[in-house]
Design a protein around this ligand. Structure first.
Ligand SMILES: Cc1cc2nc3c(=O)[nH]c(=O)nc-3n(C[C@H](O)[C@H](O)[C@H](O)COP(=O)(O)O)c2cc1C
Length: 61
């Protein structure tokens, strides 16, 4: 079963982390959260991962 990593990255750090995670997991893809609305999450994934940075001590809006 596939893996999927959703990421949000301003300057590239989280993109690099997302790429590293999917490389380690093997089978799957990375998706920008900006485009995630197009995704059909009815499909089953083995792993669903979210990568994002800290903005002002919390989650980015
Ligand atoms: C507006 C702004 C607010 C931030 N606030 C925090 C923070 O509260 N704590 C922290 O450790 N890093 C903070 N950072 C640093 C980012 O979380 C860090 O540089 C991160 O690696 C950026 O990821 P990206 O390259 O994927 O955008 C902030 C960066 C920005 C631009």
């Amino acid at each position: 079963m596939e893996n999927i990593v959703f990421y949000f990255s301003g300057t590239g750090n989280c993109l690099k982390v997302a790429k590293t995670i999917i490389k380690e997991l093997g089978n799957g893809e990375i998706v920008s959260m900006a485009k995630a609305g197009k995704y059909d999450l009815i499909k089953q994934y083995y792993t669903i991962c979210f990568v994002y940075q800290t903005y002002f001590w919390g989650l980015p809006k």
